[in-house]
Ligand binder design. Structure first.
Ligand code: HEM
Length: 427
């Protein structure tokens, strides 16, 4: 993160617009241009556009993702909540409170002023002094939303079916699936948590949290300029991810086009994308006992440089035809990269947006750690499920991981002026 950014509160104070005066005076102002004040445009990510932000956006450092069950049968209540959420999310991505002056119920920053201190604040306040933090808020809808509760059965795209249980999965049911997902990514963890916390609060009575996950330290990259980060196994992760500048591959593997199975009835998902998530526990104590050769065999890449085994540089092509002495192929056929590479999967790719997580230690004293894996694809049945199935059967990495969750969501296209998160879904 770069410094010297205008926080939501200091912006108002600087204009002498705190308190109720701010609520009235700043009502028609947008702070979007202002919070990106560091000259590099890096702090505020546009909320509206042809596609949702948070997919090809340069990967921020922190994740808070939450899946909800809808607990009302009232279609109007769901529709209204999606509209309200959109307004709040858009404001937060600009570095604003969810409502003008909401955190302090209209009082000024010192707790004085003309506000109503007997009102429950409409913003929880922990992001008051923070900048927008490159926050993106991405929404998606799970297959279970398309039952008879809200008249959406006929809107379900053929591609939106629950992921199967893959061989070897050790699923924790409470951490799987969900009606609605919100992915908040930001360079400041408190900004991401603030977004999820406030939307959850505003959804009270309509939705209930099913599961949520915090992630830190991007474990993939989505643009060419980012350095490749390392995952908790110590390997560079994201080397061959689809990057935003690979526009051809982004169009054919990520954004939904006119394929009717992905685009859904009336094409409401065109411009959208499917999000596949897996919580993967990494058995680090087991991994840490393996010799380097075995670790490198797992990924068919060198741990230091990230280059494919037998190649020189990280970006070199994977030498599938290379044999090293009598030791078999340089790229072993049970290695993660061999199995997941597009050359072995009809050219199919996925855009990965993974985050590390560590949640202290378990009762054995082992780190409760892993990778929260998010893949964005145009067609789960071709870009995700067959590759995951191969990995489930043959990936050497399975000795060191445990797949604990699965979920898939249809993320609608981006928003034009006047649209909200329910516009495409409800038609
Ligand atoms: C703990 C779990 C995982 C770890 C530690 C991990 C790690 C890695 C590493 C180190 C690479 C090589 C560098 C790169 O190109 O990014 C890689 C590549 C890749 N992984 Fe994973 N991965 C995990 C899970 C998954 C899952 C669940 C999938 C898909 C279902 C997947 C799909 C891919 C793909 C498509 C590539 C690129 C292959 C290529 O084009 O060479 N990974 N992964």
């Amino acid at each position: 993160m770069s410094g010297n950014r205008v926080s939501r509160r200091s912006f108002l104070t600087g204009l002498g617009l705190t308190g109720l005066g701010a609520a009235a005076g700043a009502g028609g102002l947008t702070l979007a241009g202002c919070s990106t004040d560091d000259g590099d445009g890096g702090d505020t990510v546009p909320f509206r556009g042809g596609h949702q932000a948070g997919v090809t956006t340069p990967q921020q450092e922190h994740l808070h993702i939450v899946a909800f069950d809808v607990i009302t049968g009232d279609r109007d209540a769901l529709r209204t909540m999606l509209t309200d959420w959109t307004g709040m999310a858009e404001r937060m991505t600009r570095g604003e409170e969810t409502t003008d002056g909401g955190a302090l119920s209209g009082t000024d920053v010192d707790g004085h002023g003309a506000g109503d201190t007997y009102k429950v604040p409409t913003d929880t306040g922990e992001a008051l002094d923070l900048s927008a933090g490159s926050l993106t808020v991405t929404v998606g809808f799970g297959p279970s939303l398309f039952d008879d509760r809200f008249g959406l059965r006929d809107r379900r795209p053929a591609e939106l079916t629950p992921l199967p249980k893959f061989p070897g999965d050790q699923l924790i049911e409470d951490l799987c699936d969900g009606d609605i997902v919100i992915q908040a990514c930001a360079d400041d963890p408190q900004v991401a948590v603030h977004a999820v916390r406030n939307l959850t609060r505003a959804g009270s009575g309509v939705v209930e949290v099913r599961w949520s996950q915090l992630g830190y330290g991007a474990a993939s990259k989505t643009t060419r300029n980012e350095d490749t980060p390392r995952n908790l196994f110590g390997f560079k992760d994201g080397t061959r991810n689809i990057t935003a500048d690979e526009t051809g591959d982004i169009e054919s593997n990520v954004w939904v086009g006119d394929d009717p199975d992905s685009a859904g009835p009336g094409g409401w998902m065109t411009g959208g994308v499917y999000m596949c998530t897996r919580r993967i526990r990494m058995l680090l104590e087991v991994w840490d006992r393996q010799v380097l050769d075995d670790q490198q065999h797992t990924f068919a890449r060198y741990k230091g440089s990230g280059a494919p085994i037998g190649a020189e540089k990280e970006d070199d092509d994977v030498p599938f035809d290379l044999y090293l002495g009598t030791g078999g192929p340089a790229i072993p056929h049970d290695s993660h990269v061999y199995l997941a590479h597009p050359d072995q999967n009809n050219g199919r790719r996925m855009l990965r947006r993974a985050y590390n997580f560590i949640e202290g230690s378990d009762s054995f004293g082992h780190l409760s750690a892993g990778l929260f894996f998010i893949a964005y694809v145009t067609k789960p049945s071709e870009n995700f499920t067959p590759i995951q199935l191969k990995l489930a059967h043959d990936d050497k990495m399975n000795e060191y991981v445990r797949y604990e969750s699965k979920a898939v969501f249809a993320c609608p296209p981006g928003l034009g002026d006047g649209d909200d998160w329910g516009t495409a879904l409800f038609g």
